[in-house]
Design a protein around this ligand. Sequence first.
Ligand SMILES: *Cc1c(COP(=O)(O)O)cnc(C)c1O
Length: 380
Amino acid sequence: MSGLAEAVVDLGAIAGNVRTIGSVADTELMAVVKADAFGHGAVPVAQAALRAGATWLGVTSATEALTLRAAGITAPTLSWLHRPDDDFGALIVAGVDVGVSTPTHLRAVADAAHRLGAPATVQLKADTGLSRNGAGWDDWPELVSWARKFELEDAIRVRGIWSHLTDADVPGTPGLARQVAAFEEALRVARGAGLDPDLVHLANSAAALSAPRTRFDLCRIGIALYGVDPFGAAGPGEFGLHAAMTLRTTVVNLKRVPAGTGVSYGPEYVTGAPTRLALLPVGYADGLPRATEGRGAVWVAGRRCPIVGRIAMDQCVVDVGDLPVSIGDPVVVFGPDRGDHAQPTVVEWARWAGTNPHEILTGIGARVARDHLDERATTS
Ligand SMILES: *Cc1c(COP(=O)(O)O)cnc(C)c1O
């Protein structure tokens, strides 16, 4: 063990989640491993997801895509957010599909292909309501006609047409049908311009699990891959997903204090009775949001115990009362719900912080070691 805390990532849970989602969605799956696989470690997660049946990898940036290639991962990979001056030649050489949303980017990709003498494989993105990346309705006809022109020059091949949903995690949202209709219209326009994409995709985790009309050829799976229920359940939820990450640390100091003792900076928190305080060597630099003050809890000695006082950069203090806790004892900050609601989950941490689980997971600090349990070593 090295470092003061570790994020233990259960690759068996990742693999099980791929199989669970695959059995519901019944399409190809793209494991979305952007942002270092939501903090879980992109390379081992990608490998586990592919072994479990995912056929594609999705990342945000060229750098992330090339990191996978440098680790020897050759699976089909889509990268979707680029500066217009990114090194598209490197993506062409690495065999990475380039997500393209503007004619500016398309020209840059085609230029890189001309320079290399090798075509780029691109996937054109339509904006169907998110108003972020993707070509807007007014620009889509221009994007697809440029794409067809570059195809005829052998500079590019359009493999895919895709878009992203706004709120598929809200059951019954009316926006979903509107987005599906807009996407189908975008497909019609693209085909009308002469494009013939093999890979049409729209769904994220929530849609893959709950909205059959969004599934098309492939679903892009992010949060559910990591075992977090996209509909907000704190535990496995309706689909039986298994949280892959357990954030662990150790008690490094322990003291008995009288009533009226101030705890941590401020101090706004003062003990109401004599108690024992355990010090944990994790703080907001490790990803425990300071904004959870007064709500956060951890699991120690088989119980849920409150974090008291402010979370500092490197440390926080837990009121363990008279529980049989010793220096060196293990502590779980969050992990899978094992059915007893004792161990906090990342979904609870997100609620305490007023954010989503994605932000908690991607906020786990760089100095927290990632330990990967391979599929055979796991119990779930
Ligand atoms: C992050 C992301 C996903 C994954 O979304 P989840 O809701 O986490 O499954 C899918 N597609 C795109 C374009 C993304 O940026």
